[in-house]
Design a protein around this ligand. Sequence first.
Ligand SMILES: Cc1ncc(COP(=O)(O)O)c(C=O)c1O
Length: 379
Amino acid sequence: MQTQPELRTVEQIVEQVLNAATPRIEDAVARGKISGNGYYTQKCHDFFETTYGFKKTLLTTSCTDALEMAAILLNIQPGDEVIMPSYTFVSTANAFVLRGAIIKFVDSRKDHPGMDEQAVASLITPKTKVIVVVHYAGVACDMDDIMLLAKENDLFVVEDAAQAINSYYKEKPLGGIGHLAAFSFHETKNLQCGEGGLLVINDESFIDRSEIIWEKGTNRSAFFRGEVDKYGWVDIGSSFLPSELNAAYLFAQLEQLTNIQEKRTSIWEAYREHLSEWAHRNSISLPKIPDYATNNAHMFYLVCENFEQRSNLIQHLKKNDILSVFHYLSLHNSQFYKNKHDGRELLLSEFYSERLLRLPLFYELETKKVTDILTAYEK
Ligand SMILES: Cc1ncc(COP(=O)(O)O)c(C=O)c1O
């Protein structure tokens, strides 16, 4: 008998998600082909294309790889300028720096660690080619402003949607708005297969070349479809596609998407409910979701009053066996880029680097344990 969703216990849901992967992996092995671009890779592509209406998707071994593919597809040349937030993961920038790009970093918003959309226009020069938006914590950037700016200036938009699966901007799925987008299925993400990613191609003109870059610069995909009678080296590319084992594991997660999202959302809401008063009393801010965005419950973070308070909280939680972590160190100040940065101060990016603290948020988490311990701390 099917149990009503509201009557299922957390344990039942957890077991269901974990048990789902084994038969899919066994099936992948039984099919006799565990290298990439097989049955489960196709199943994942079909899922993303039908669920979110993405024009074309390609599984990759990471979001980093998907971003590197985007930089190749956009034909980034040495000296081209790419605009992106400073408060992001190193791969957002590295993918473009690998092709010789110069990065123009944007500051964060006052109300959110995501990038300040209003600060982008002043950074556009004749050398600018791409705006890379990062949907921090799975919360959308204000994409209408960005897409308009890109159109007026003949620029491409890449969405770094590493954390943004199943999240929306004005009812449009994130990853489906820019010319290209990249998702992560690293084990820290809502949907995961250990290491994995996805390139989304929304601009049709990139579709044919994306398959070639994905398959090490060869037209092997076209050969498999019977469109050419032999395949060979036709462009640059690399080994960007994951094995069928990863694809099968990921597919099992896709089948559990609703369960996973329900559970993460309940954890996120429990955090908000139990921490609001305490946070206010201690001058700590909780995440804000703009009206135009949905919340995919990827991350629950605190913005502390100062660096010292954050360090105290990390220690307080650690003493009670709870791991909490800060997040990005501003890229414009990094050892690698600080001498290449144009010198502008990006104070809000530094503000979040010093004050933001992520609370544990994973499928099996017991929130009450964390909130009881946290609220025992007073400044
Ligand atoms: C914004 C952002 N972009 C890219 C990545 C890289 O993802 P992956 O580990 O799948 O390469 C991350 C990793 O967490 C990220 O936070």
